[in-house]
Each structure stands twice: as C-alpha cells, then as structure tokens.
Design a protein. Structure first.
Length: 754
C-alpha cells in the first residue's frame, strides 16, 4: 500500500503541476536554464542500460521450467544521462499465448513510473490491466532521475503578482493545504469583499504555480465561484461578503461574514469547504431593520470554539460551528454603527470596523452613525457573555471616521499588554491604546510616526494589522496602508522586540516597504498571510503577490519542495540487499547561480512525522548529504527550505525540481507469466527495450528458460500384449539388446488409444 502512495506522490507531484523538462530536452529550439554542476551535455552521455533476468517461482531455477510453472521476469533500468529525462520501458512478451501467458495483476513498476498494458503486441497501450489477453507491458516516467534510484518533486515557483478574477478586490489571503490526488497541495483562497451583485467572487490559486486550483481529483476547475447558502459549485450565488472581512478556518472549512441578496437582507455566517470546493451552508444570525440598514463586521473564533460577529446594530452575534446553529445575541454597550443598505447600488455590506481576539477577549471597533471625529472600541468576554470589566461604555478615539480592526500591543518579551486602534480617513490620525482594564496607556514608541508618514489628510486607509514571528525570531506587526483615490500602497513594520520600526525591513525609511514590481506599485493593500516562508498580500487593486517576511521585498524568494521516498519500493524481485544507503538531495533544472545554498537546507521526518534531522546544503557540492540516515528508516519525507537569489530559472519551458536519491541497485520492473501446458513448448524467452530522452531504443539481454517435460508430457514406452490386440500395458525391459527411445505420445493420442 505504501508503494502505491509513494508512486502516486511522485507521479502527481510532477505531472499535475504542469511539469516540463528543460526546453532543449523537450525538443524546443530555446535555450534551457543552466544546469547544476552534475549536468553534462546529451552527446557526452551513454545510453540508458537494461538487464533482464528470469526466475522460476516454483523451483527458484533461472534456467529450467516445466509446463504450468510461473516465471518472474525482472527488468533492471539505469539512467546515466546526468539529468532528468523521460523514459519508456517496453516489454513485448514473446510467444503469447502459445508458449506463455501473462499473469493478471503481476506488473509492478518503481515509484514515479506509470504501468500500462497492451493486447496488440505494443501497438497501443491502456492504463488498466487486460488480464491474460495482455501480450506487452510498459512503464513510463516523464522525468526519471539521474541516478534512477531517486525521486523528484517540484520546487514551488516564487509567486509573482497575479490579478485575481474575483470581479473586484480581495481583502485577506486565506492559506489552505488541500489534498489533490493524494498529494498535499498549498493554495491561497480569497473573495471579493464587498460585492453588489450575486456574481462569482471566490477564487483559489495554486501556491506552487500561481495558476488556478484544480478540483480535488486534479481536473481543471472554473474560477471564480459564487458564494451560496446551499447550492454547491455554481456560477450564480445568493450570498455576499462584507466590507472589512475577517475569516475563520476550522479544518477545511472557511467561515466568512455573509449577507443575503434579499431586501430586507439577513446576516450571518457562510461556509465553504475548501477541500471539496463546495458550499457547506449559511446560518442566519440577524435580520436587517426596516430600512435594510444592518450589516455584519468580520468574524472571529473565541477560545471556547464559538464564532462571533458584530452587527451594525452594535450586537455581538454568536454562532456554533459544531451544531451549525445560532448561540445568542449579546449587548456590550455599542450603539448602532455605520452600515450599508442592501441594494445593488450600495458599496457593499457592513460598515467599516473589525474584530480581533486578544488574551481570550473579543475586541470590536466600529463607527457610530452620525458621529464624526472618533470611532468606538468595545470588548466582549466569552466567559460572561457580557462587556469586559472596565469596557462599558466602549472607548472613543480622539479622531477618525472609519474604524479599523483593533490590534494587540506587546512588550519586548512578546507579552500582550493592551489593545490599540488607529482610525482611517481622518485629517490627523491618532493612535489610541488601552490596557486590558480599559484604561488609556501610551502608544508604542515610534509607532504613531511610522504609521502616519505617508498619510494624505482625510484619505489614509489602514488594512488588517498582521502579527507574526519573523525569520530573525522577532515579533513583528505589519500594517497595510494606502490613500483613497491614489495609486499607492505601503507596508509598515513594527518590531516589538526593539520597540521600533523593523530595522532590516523595507526599501525606504526604516520599517517601510513599497512594491514597485507589483502593478507599478499600485497595490492598495488590505491584508497579509504568512506560511512560515513567505507573506502574501491582497489589496484594493485586485492583485495577489508575495513578499519576503524579513525584508518586505517582492516576490518572496524563499521556496520549498517536498518529496516522499522509500528505497525498498524500487524493487520487486523479492530479494534483499538492493539498498545500501541514502544519498544526497540536489536541485535540478535550475541555474546554481540563482540559489543561495548557504542559507538553504532540508528537513527529514520519518513515517510517524518524527524529526530525523535538518541537513544544510553544501555550496561547494550544491547538495545536502543525508547518507547518515539509516536505510531502515523508511519511508522518509524530505522538505527543502530553499532560498533563491532570483526566479529566472522558472519559465514556461522549465520547472526546477528537488531530487532525493539513495545508493542501490538499478530499479526494477517486474511481471509474471505462466508456461503453457502445450507439450511442444521447449523454451520461453523474453527481453525488453527502453527509450530515454527520445534516443533510439536500447534492448536488454535476452533470457531463455528451457522447458523440460513433466506430467503427461513425459515420454511413455508402450508394448502390445499379443493376447489382446486392444490391451495396452507397459513393455518389459529387454536386457539382451538396446533399442532407440520411443517418441512421446501426446495426451490426445493417448486418450484415443484408450
């Protein structure tokens, strides 16, 4: 079973993500990307080699068999080309069905190869076993490693700026790893955050290629999809997303603040299953008032597992994702907040505001209807289902007319010590902070100056504050920012460890980054996400892009590849001693001058996900040595943490890969045949051919096994009893003279004689 899993991973990891060989290898007249040090020209390489063996499974003999015995044929294959190459191994079974017959289900191929069967001596092949009618078998691999005792997996291309087809602009990237044909596949989801029509607004992007996600079975999918309360996978929806949207992910389910396209509208929580790519429902939590003036801010998950939303009426709405039911409406002293009427002409659903969870409490910011010069910040305690102590009435900021999502304030040790709010679209933007008891405290040193350095009066808009641990181990909070009516965009970074702007971040003032390579710098960012290697941004301009978590540069050049390898799955002859050791991890189809080997490494885990070790790349050999891992530790997963210097090796005609190899005998293709019962059969023979990199076929040695008579095919001496012309009996040996041997009587003639 594990052999099947390994083979599936190798095949899908290469094939489903549009794997292609270097342009020259694929027959193109374009120059391929420069190779690693191990690569040499095709003209210098010897052809692939094949050796063939046969063994009688009944007796263990490699030279003789008898009628009805089962022969196991083994093809041993090597690829000395030095590069990844396509390979096809074909074995036309000689003498079918006269001398031997294929044993159904016996074809066994190494991981990465695809088995195929033919009933017309190899003229055409199919992907299903044809049983005893099979007279030729084949194993194909689009990219056999060099050596062949290896597996290859795609290196994820750095995500370049991609315009998202949502019909509008996304708000916050949503990271998810789906299972596609058994392979873990990283994805980014996003949805248009204030639609005015029930049109498709949901998009899924493959993180490995930047292209659209496929279905869970690897079939091309249509994007964008619509948001629906019940009907899955349709292009016409009945739900909309809110203006300043935040989301909750539980397992494969994406929960979002939702509004129905009805008048009056209802508000609640919608759900999309990102694994099945289908709707998982909608739960109504409230209804709009008589004028349709009620919306819902973003949603958050409390420490009790329940999901909370805030309506424009100022209420806290509760939803239970386990029972898929409402769980209460709670008053924390917030008045009616700014909202949008639910008509197609409206800008979108819900007012400007947001929610966040800090130390187990839910903090809410919103703009009171009719209030100018400040926004309100409240606190909800999920334990008491009431306002937090010291937070009723809610707090009022000294300026701003558009609330943003509150964010946590930290000390130098990374402990949350308060909550802050910085309103948007104000003449003078003022950062306000409070401790958890609700008392005002001084804002973090230098943060006010950092956040307001490019603010155009009455135009500045802040996205979702995003906190994460940077590669240097420091706790960062980043603030997306842009000015309404402008084509700009900034990312401000604050380092809580030093209580100041991030020193190594940005391309301008300390802690300040712009993105000139993304839509000419017009990003208008709303939110970020982080997968442990790269950050990803979405904004009002509708672009998805990647950026380095340490420097803010785009695209992010930290990438990865994952391989699963079990050396013992490459052999099928039932013998031991084929595997000597693990080998190295190398990168192929990539210019080594574009790789920062000194800062790249691989992490290896065993079948139980236990850490085996982390192994650095050696810049001199351009490889990571994993030979110290005992071969008894199998299978292993190898995750490459690869730092690039640029992304020029990733082109439509070239896809870099990571190779993991081991030291062992050539991989094997095996199948079995049954020797015919025909007494006229005196031998069975077999050989195979291989085509590698489009070169002429290489033929293996021919193996011949002699068939000796047995059973009814053994010679029988007959004598005629003179007393009865119809009686047959064995002749008595004549000791006086020798006579020539009698010819064997076939079973049919013997029966006739009786």
């Amino acid at each position: 079973m594990f052999r099947t899993a390994c083979a599936t991973l190798a095949a899908v990891a290469l094939a489903s993500a549009a794997f292609s060989l270097p342009a020259a290898a694929a027959g193109s007249d374009k120059e391929p990307a420069p190779k690693s040090k191990a690569a040499v020209s095709k003209a210098q390489q010897p052809a692939s080699s094949l050796t063939k063996t046969g063994v009688n499974l009944n007796t263990g003999s490699t030279t003789t068999a008898t009628q009805g015995d089962t022969i196991q044929w083994v093809v041993n294959y090597t690829n000395p080309d030095g590069n990844l190459q396509p390979a096809t191994i074909t074995d036309v079974i000689q003498g079918v069905p006269t001398s031997q017959t294929y044993v159904p289900g016996s074809l066994d191929v190494p991981p990465g190869f695809t088995p195929q069967w033919s009933t017309n001596s190899g003229m055409t092949f199919v992907g299903t076993d044809q049983g005893t009618a099979t007279n030729a078998v084949r194993a194909t691999n689009p990219a056999v490693g060099a050596p062949a005792t290896s597996t290859s997996s795609l290196i994820a291309a750095p995500l370049v700026p991609t315009l998202q087809p949502t019909g509008g602009d996304g708000h916050t990237p949503i990271l998810f790893t789906a299972t596609v044909n058994g392979v873990q596949t990283p994805q980014i989801w996003n949805m248009y955050h204030h639609p005015t029509q029930p049109t498709p607004t949901l998009v899924c992007t493959l993180l490995t290629t930047g292209g659209p996600c496929t279905t869970p079975t690897g079939v091309a999918q249509t994007w964008p999809q619509a948001l629906n309360s019940s009907v899955p996978n349709t292009l016409t929806g009945d739900l909309g997303n809110t203006n300043r949207a935040t989301y909750v992910v539980i397992g494969s389910k994406l929960y979002y603040p939702a509004v129905t396209f009805t008048n009056p509208a209802t508000i609640g929580v919608g759900c999309v299953d990102m694994q099945t790519q289908q709707s998982c429902g909608y739960t109504q939590l409230a209804t709009a008032d008589a004028t349709g003036n009620n919306g819902v801010f973003g949603i958050v998950q409390g420490p009790n597992g329940l999901i909370y939303a805030t309506s424009n009426n100022g209420d806290i709405l509760c939803y239970n994702p386990v029972t898929n039911t409402p769980c209460g409406v709670f008053d924390i002293g917030l008045p009616s907040l700014e909202g949008s009427q639910f008509t197609p002409a409206a800008e979108g659903f819900g007012g400007h505001g947001g929610m966040t969870v800090i130390n187990g409490k839910v903090y809410v910011a919103g703009t009171q209807i009719g209030l100018t010069g400040g926004v309100l910040v409240g606190c909800f305690d999920p334990v008491t289902n009431a306002a937090c102590v010291g937070w009723n009435p809610p707090k009022l900021t000294p300026g701003g007319d558009e609330a943003t999502t509150p964010f946590a304030m930290y000390d130098t040790a990374g402990n949350a010590i308060g909550v802050c709010e910085i309103p948007s679209t104000t003449v003078v933007t003022t950062l306000s902070c409070w401790n958890f008891a609700g008392n005002p405290i001084a804002p973090p040193v230098g943060l006010q100056a950092l956040l307001t350095q490019n603010n155009i009066p009455d135009a500045g808009r802040y996205g979702e504050a995003f906190t994460y641990t940077a590669p240097n181990g420091h706790l960062y909070t980043e603030f997306p920012f842009w000015n309404i009516g402008q084509t700009d965009g900034w990312d401000y970074c604050y380092d809580w460890d030093i209580q100041g702007p991030c020193a190594d971040f940005g391309n301008g003032a300390p802690g300040t980054a712009t993105f000139p390579t993304v839509n000419g710098g017009d990003t208008r960012p709303y939110g970020f996400a982080y997968d442990g290697r790269c950050k990803y941004g979405l904004g009002d301009a509708g672009f998805l892009w990647s950026l380095d978590p340490g420097t803010g540069s785009s695209p992010c050049l930290r990438t990865t590849a994952t391989s699963l390898i079990n050396p013992f799955e490459y052999y099928c002859d039932g013998q031991t001693g084929h595997v000597q050791s693990y080998g190295t991890v190398t990168l192929a189809n990539i210019d080594p001058n574009t790789v920062d080997y000194a800062n790249s490494s691989v992490t290896v885990r065993d079948a139980n996900n236990n850490l085996v070790g982390t192994f650095p790349f050696n810049p001199a050999t351009q490889s990571a040595d994993i030979s110290s891992i005992p071969v008894t530790t199998a299978p292993i997963s190898v995750v490459g943490d690869i730092v690039l210097l640029d992304n020029t090796s990733f082109t439509p005609n070239n896809q870099p890969v990571m190779q993991v190899n081991f030291v062992g005998d050539p991989p094997q293709v095996c199948f079995q045949t049954t020797v015919s019962d025909d007494c006229a059969v005196t031998s069975v023979s077999n050989n195979a051919t291989a085509v590698t990199n489009g070169l002429g076929p290489v033929t293996s040695n021919t193996v011949t096994i002699q068939v000796t008579p047995s059973g009814v095919c053994l010679p029988v001496d007959l004598a005629i009893d003179k007393q009865g012309p119809t009686t047959l009996q064995k002749a008595k040996p004549d000791k006086t003279k020798s006579s020539p041997p009698k010819k064997p009587v076939s079973p049919s003639k013997k029966a006739a004689a009786k």
